[in-house]
Write a new protein. Structure first.
Length: 117
């Protein structure tokens, strides 16, 4: 669950940045715009997931020790994964892809050449 949630949020930031780049925005502007657009959904998902783990952490009764461990893992894991998603993913994308062109740049150039022919 943790890996899926973190991967989904990271992929959405990168994909939205790529879409903005395809529309002609500069790399830095596209990355900042994507991070701003995805901030609210990421925070909302994080908040609801963390909130849903609170009953597991606070539970008492038979088997509560094992449920508490699961709740703590969800609570801490989602918190850390969201911080990584909001800060590490855009930073890594910036450092790895700053010298590249738009993902569809070659396709757009080929379409222009076809139209000129």
């Amino acid at each position: 669950m943790l890996i899926g949630l973190a991967a989904k949020n990271g992929i959405l930031i990168v994909e939205f940045a790529n879409q903005l780049r395809d529309r002609g925005q500069a790399f830095e502007q596209a990355l900042i715009g994507a991070a701003k657009q995805r901030l609210r959904p990421i925070v909302m998902t994080t908040f609801t997931t963390i909130t849903s783990a609170i009953p597991l952490v606070l539970a008492s009764g038979p088997g509560s020790e094992s449920r508490m461990v699961i709740g703590v893992v969800i609570f801490a894991g989602v918190s850390v994964a969201s911080i990584f998603t909001l800060f590490v993913v855009p930073s890594a994308y910036y450092w790895l892809c700053r010298g590249t062109g738009s993902p569809k740049a070659i396709e757009q150039e080929l379409d222009k050449l076809k139209q000129q022919s």
